[in-house]
Design a protein around this ligand. Structure first.
Ligand code: FAD
Length: 396
C-alpha cells in the first residue's frame, strides 16, 4: 500500500466499519469530544442497514430479552443492552422525525425507508464532529503504545481502535473477515463462525420430491434440539426458508434433524378418526388446513393418499404422528450469500461486557456482529449493533 507523501493522521479514536455499530460508536465517542475517524472500504455508509428489513429496516424490537441472543456466553450481551435500550433508539429516531411503526411481535420498522436511519446516523456523526473516510482500504495494523494503521489514505495513529466490521454475510454489501483477522493477529480467540438466519437446503432426495412447491408457504412449528419457533415456512427452489426456518437455522448444525408440526395446536388424530368412515381422500382432507399441492406431495412421500375409510387405526395414528413431527434432514444452509447474520465471532471471554474493550490488548475495542452474539429475527441484531456500539463509544 503506497503511502508516499501522505500526511500522518492522528486521532483519539479510529473505528473500522461505517455500519450500524461503527456509526453509533463514532457518534457516542464524538459526543465525548474525542476526535474520531471512521474507515469504510465501501463508497457509502450503512449499506447493510439500507437493505435491512426489506428496505424498511426492522431497527429494534420493543419486547427484547437477552435470551433472544445466541452466544457461547448468553450473559455477555446483558449489560450493553440495558444501557442503550430499544426505547433509547426509538427516542433518537423520533428526535429526527423518522416515521415508524410496529409490524408484529414488537418489531419496529421505518414507515418510509431504511435510508432514514442511515441519514440519521450520518447526521448524528456530523454533529458530533466525526470524520468518515470512504473507499478506504485498511492494510497492516501494529501496536507499539498506540495503534498504527496503514491505509491507502496514509498512515493513521490512534490510542483507541474499534473494530466494527460486522459479520461475513452478504459480501457484496461490504462484508469481509478483517475483524476476525485483526482479533487473531492480536491473540484473541474467535469462536466457530457459521451462517445463521439462513435458508436450509434439501438433500438430493427431498429436492426431487419437493422442488415443485417453490413459493408455497404455511404456518408451522419448527423444532431442533429442544428449541422451537412458530411462524411461516416457505418452500424455495432448493429448500426451505420463511421466518420459522430462518429462526431455527441459527440452532441447526449439519446432521441435525428438523421436525415440523404441520398442524400446530390441532389434534390431527381426532380429526382423522372422526372421519374414519369417510370416502374422502386423505390429501383432500388435509387440504382444508394446508396448501393443496403441498398435501398431495406430502402424502405421496409420507402416506400414499387413499380414502380415509381405507386406513387402519394404527395407520391413522402413524399419519397423525407424522403430521405433527414431519422430520427433515437438510443437507446444508444457503451459506453467507443468503444469511442475515453470522453466528460466532470474537470470543466474549476476551472482552469486557461493560466497555467492549479487549482484556489482553488495551485500547482495542469490538462492536456489533463481529462479536460472538447473534440475535433472533425481528430487530435484535440491529439493536445489538446500536447497544454494543454505544458501549464501546462511551469508553474508546
Ligand atoms: C439482508 C439482510 C437484512 C437484515 N435485516 C435486518 C433487520 O431488519 N433487522 C435487524 O435487526 N437486523 C437485520 N440484519 C442484520 C443487521 O443488518 C446486522 O446484524 C447489522 O448491520 C450488524 O451491524 P455491524 O455494525 O456489526 O455490521 P455492518 O452493519 O455490516 O457494518 C460493517 C461495516 O464494516 C465495513 N467493513 C467490512 N470490512 C471492512 C474492511 N476490510 N475495511 C473497511 N470497512 C470494512 C462494511 O462495509 C460495513 O460498512 C439484516 C442483514 C441482512 C444481510
Amino acid at each position: 500500500m503506497s503511502q508516499n507523501a501522505k500526511p500522518l493522521i492522528k486521532k483519539d479514536v479510529v473505528i473500522i466499519g461505517a455500519g450500524a455499530s461503527g456509526l453509533m460508536c463514532a457518534r457516542e465517542a464524538g459526543e465525548r469530544n474525542r476526535s474520531v475517524l471512521v474507515l469504510e472500504h465501501m463508497n457509502r455508509t450503512g449499506k447493510k442497514i439500507r437493505i435491512s428489513g426489506g428496505g424498511r429496516c426492522n431497527f429494534t424490537n420493543i419486547h427484547l430479552q437477552p435470551d433472544q441472543y445466541l452466544s457461547d456466553n448468553p450473559y455477555f450481551c446483558k449489560s450493553a443492552l440495558a444501557r442503550f435500550t430499544p426505547r433509547d433508539f426509538i427516542g433518537m429516531a423520533e428526535h429526527h422525525g423518522i416515521a415508524y411503526g410496529e409490524k408484529e411481535e414488537g418489531q419496529m420498522f421505518c414507515q418510509r425507508s431504511s435510508g432514514d436511519i442511515v441519514k440519521m446516523l450520518d447526521e448524528e456523526c456530523r454533529n458530533a464532529g466525526v470524520k468518515i473516510l470512504l473507499n478506504c482500504r485498511v492494510g497492516s495494523i501494529t501496536k507499539t503504545g498506540h495503534f498504527s494503521i496503514a491505509t491507502n489514505s496514509g498512515r493513521i495513529e490512534t490510542g483507541a481502535l474499534v473494530i466494527a466490521t460486522g459479520g461475513l454475510s452478504y459480501p457484496e454489501l461490504g462484508a469481509t473477515d478483517l475483524g476476525f483477522r485483526i482479533a487473531q493477529k492480536f491473540g484473541l480467540r474467535v469462536t466457530r463462525l457459521r451462517p445463521a438466519l439462513v435458508p436450509l437446503l434439501f438433500s438430493r432426495r427431498d429436492l426431487h420430491a419437493f422442488k415443485g412447491l417453490s413459493g408455497i408457504s404455511f404456518d408451522a412449528v419448527v423444532r431442533c434440539k429442544g428449541i422451537q419457533f412458530r411462524g411461516k415456512v416457505l418452500f424455495t427452489h432448493q429448500g426451505m426458508s420463511g421466518p420459522a426456518i430462518l429462526q431455527i437455522s441459527s440452532y441447526w448444525d449439519c446432521g441435525d434433524e428438523i421436525s415440523i408440526d404441520l398442524m400446530p395446536g390441532m389434534d390431527s388424530y381426532a380429526l382423522l378418526t372422526g372421519m374414519q368412515k369417510s370416502r374422502m381422500e386423505l390429501s383432500n382432507l388435509f387440504s382444508a388446513y394446508l396448501p393443496r399441492r403441498f398435501c398431495q406431495q406430502w402424502c405421496a412421500v409420507n402416506a400414499p393418499s387413499r380414502p380415509v375409510c381405507q386406513y387402519t387405526e394404527k395407520e391413522l395414528r402413524e399419519i397423525a404422528h407424522k403430521i405433527h413431527h414431519w422430520t427433515i434432514r437438510f443437507e446444508r444452509t444457503a451459506g453467507y450469500a443468503q444469511a442475515e447474520v453470522t453466528a460466532g465471532g470474537i470470543d466474549t471471554s476476551e472482552l469486557s461486557s461493560r466497555t467492549m474493550e479487549s482484556k489482553k490488548v488495551p485500547g482495542l475495542f469490538f462492536a456489533g456482529e463481529v462479536i460472538d452474539i447473534a440475535g433472533q429475527l425481528g430487530g435484535y441484531n440491529l439493536q445489538w449493533a446500536w447497544s454494543s456500539g454505544f458501549a464501546a463509544g462511551q469508553y474508546a
